[in-house]
Every structure is written in structure tokens, then in C-alpha cells.
Ligand binder design. Structure first.
Ligand SMILES: Cc1ncc(COP(=O)(O)O)c(C=O)c1O
Length: 374
């Protein structure tokens, strides 16, 4: 039997590029840590979720639609696209919805990367861009961030060649929280060849609007430039578990994605919850205010302890703990706090920590102080 299995598994081969893909490593779930360590009261500050949860209006919408799940969702997501179009002041034809913005990143790669095409990304940045490159056999140029962890758009521009098809800029960046200003993005955009796309990933948009010179990137879409703006309901909207994100792009690009996406890639509950969540602007305001308070609290503590950290415009901080981040991560885990290690982003002494509720932030800071003093 065992031999049969081995023989069978050896008979299955995949393309060389597929062997280079590695499964995504998500933040450790609370239940897993409880099981492994036998402790309770754990907090998760590892996946940049909104600790306040979703808007109560979104929860109510989901409850209402739970009894309608025998119906297929609207494949065109008409209501949600209309609501988003009004909210963003763009035409509904510019919006492509996805099963999270991950789905749109995947679709952009599948749809637009032809043999010989290349992508350019910053390093470190969100790991799904490189995955899209590998999946579609496209060489990926990873351009180091500047010394202060900001995307070096001029160095990225120097990597542009005739094969460049996609340039990814997360703004703010994950894991560093840093932003790129309007002028720098405009310079990069103007250097792109005609068939190349600039993907501006604004997963943390709601937290970032006060960042210096933060661009109104949707204007490039309205102007018909080859720009795709990614947004999500997973972060400030607190709906990560529902999987709902979208891309805004000129209709000549959106049309292709409507061909490659699954017909029902956004479920019924997600469409209803999205409309309701958009209407609850007070929930977003509360979320952003709480995040700003938490950010200040973290900054005060890190400054006092002499730890280097970036000026983050997301709902997380990027801090240099000055020693092996895996050891610090493990010690925090035993104190009931799940964080994210920097080594997966090539920064072996950094942690990425989501900003939570005041209680969660206090628990993390007490735990970190104990660990660093030990
Ligand atoms: C920069 C960035 N883009 C996209 C995503 C994907 O988010 P989702 O697929 O939940 O919309 C994340 C999630 O962490 C992210 O940090």
C-alpha cells in the first residue's frame, strides 16, 4: 500500500514554476496556540485584523441573508458595485470584486502576465505579488526598500524595461506601514511602457489618508491610466473572514478580469455585508481613531525603550526588537500574544504587530517589556 502511494505520487508531476510556490503562512490562529500551549486568554495581533470587529450593520445584513443561502449570489454584484461606485466617485464599470483583494492580485497575474513578461516589486512587501509572478512564470525584480523602509520608486523605475508588465506598490506597505507620496508615484507611472500596469494596493487606505502627500490614486483610474487600485473589506471594515476585496481600474482592464474570474467569486453574504458596511461611516471613524491612539501608545513605549520603529500608516507597527525575532515571538506566545516575525520578510530582528484595542495593546506592551528585560 505504502509503495503504491509512493509510486502514485511519483507519477504526478507539475510544472517547474509550481514547485517553486510555497504555501502562504498565515498568522497563527488563537485556537491553534491554545491547543499547543494549553493556555487561554490569548490575543492575536498577527494578521492586521480590526479588533473592534465588523460594523453591527454588516452583521445584521449577514444574519438576514443567512436564510437565503440556497440562492446563488448575483454574479455581477450589482448592488455592491453601485454602492461602491457612489462611495468612491467612480463608474461601476471600473470595479471588479473579489474573494478578498488576494483574489484580484491572483486574477491580475493570470490575466495579464504573458510569456516573457516581468514584474517589479519592493522588498520587503506583501508576499502575494511574488506568488503571482511565480504562478505565471514571470521573473520578479525585487527592489530593496530605502534605509527607512520606504519603497524606492526611483530605483524601481530603473528596473523598468520593455518586458515590464506589472509594478506593485502597496501603499501603505505591508509589513513596514510606510507610504509613497503622489509625486513619486506619478514619476514611476510616467516611466512605464504602454502595456504595463501600476497596481497600487491600498489595503490599509482608511488608516492612511492623513499620510504626507498621500495620493488620490483613483484619479489616475478616472483619467484612464493603466492603474489598478486595490482595496479591501478585510482591514478597517473588520470583515477579513468574509473575504471581500476589489480592484478599481479603467473598464478596458476590468473587462478582461470579468472573463478570468470565477462567475460567483463573491458570495451572497459578502455582497450584502459590503453594502451595509459602506454605509456605517461612524464605525470606520471609530476604528481609525482607536488605531491612532494605539499607534501613539506603541510609539511612546518604543521610544522610551530605545527601539527603532517606522512611522506606520497602517493598523500595525514594524519594530526592531534588536534580537532574534523568533525567540521574542515564542516568548510573547507563551505570554498569550500572537505577533508576526520579521524573518519571513527578510528582517530577522523585526516584529510586525497589529494595533488592537487598548486592553490588547497594554497586554502586548507588558509582555514585550518582560521579554526584553529577561
Ligand atoms: C498589502 C495587502 N494587500 C492585500 C492583502 C490581502 O487582503 P484580503 O485578501 O484579505 O483583501 C493584505 C492582507 O494582509 C495586505 O496586507
Amino acid at each position: 500500500m505504502a509503495q503504491n502511494l509512493t509510486e502514485r505520487s511519483q507519477a504526478i508531476t507539475v510544472a517547474e514554476n509550481i514547485t517553486r510556490l510555497v504555501p502562504y503562512r498565515p498568522g497563527k490562529p488563537i485556537a491553534e496556540v491554545e491547543r499547543e500551549l494549553g493556555i487561554t486568554g490569548i490575543i492575536k495581533l498577527a494578521s492586521n485584523e480590526n479588533s473592534l470587529g465588523p460594523s453591527p450593520k454588516a452583521v445584521e445584513a449577514m444574519q438576514q441573508f443567512a436564510a437565503k443561502m440556497h440562492h446563488y449570489p448575483d454574479a455581477a454584484s450589482y448592488d455592491l458595485r453601485q454602492a461602491l461606485a457612489a462611495h468612491l466617485h467612480v463608474a461601476p464599470e471600473t470595479i471588479v470584486l473579489g474573494n478578498g483583494s488576494d483574489d484580484i492580485i491572483h486574477l491580475l497575474g493570470v490575466t495579464f502576465l504573458e510569456p516573457g513578461d516581468e514584474i517589479i516589486q519592493g522588498d520587503p512587501s506583501f508576499v502575494r505579488y511574488a506568488a503571482a509572478a511565480i504562478l505565471n512564470n514571470a521573473p520578479c525584480h525585487s527592489v530593496p526598500l530605502s534605509a527607512d523602509w520606504v519603497h524606492d520608486t526611483d530605483a524601481m523605475a530603473q528596473c523598468i524595461n520593455a518586458h515590464t508588465r506589472i509594478v506593485f506598490i502597496p501603499n501603505p506597505n505591508n509589513p513596514t506601514g510606510t507610504t509613497v507620496g503622489r509625486a513619486a508615484l506619478q514619476r514611476l507611472l510616467d516611466k512605464l511602457p504602454e502595456r504595463a500596469l501600476l497596481i497600487i494596493d491600498e489595503a490599509y487606505y482608511e488608516y492612511a489618508t492623513d499620510a504626507p502627500d498621500y495620493p488620490d490614486s483613483l484619479q489616475w483610474v478616472r483619467d484612464g491610466r493603466n492603474v489598478v487600485v486595490l482595496r479591501t473589506f478585510s482591514k478597517a471594515y473588520g470583515l477579513a473572514g468574509l473575504r471581500l476585496g476589489f480592484g478599481v481600474m479603467p473598464p478596458h482592464l476590468a473587462e478582461w478580469l470579468h472573463r478570468t474570474r470565477e462567475p460567483f467569486n463573491v458570495n451572497l453574504m459578502a455582497q450584502a455585508a459590503g453594502v451595509a458596511a459602506l454605509s456605517d461611516t461612524a464605525h470606520i471613524a471609530r476604528t481609525v481613531a482607536l488605531n491612532n491612539e494605539g499607534k501613539q501608545e506603541f510609539s511612546r513605549a518604543f521610544t522610551q525603550w530605545g527601539l527603532d520603529y517606522t512611522q506606520s500608516w497602517g493598523n500595525f507597527v514594524w519594530v526592531n526588537v534588536g534580537r532574534d525575532c523568533r525567540a521574542v515571538f515564542d516568548a510573547l506566545l507563551h505570554r498569550g500574544v500572537i505577533t508576526r516575525t520579521g524573518d519571513i520578510f527578510g528582517a530577522p530582528t523585526h516584529l510586525r504587530v497589529t494595533i488592537g484595542t487598548p486592553e490588547e495593546n497594554a497586554k502586548f506592551l507588558i509582555a514585550l517589556q518582560e521579554v526584553l528585560q529577561a
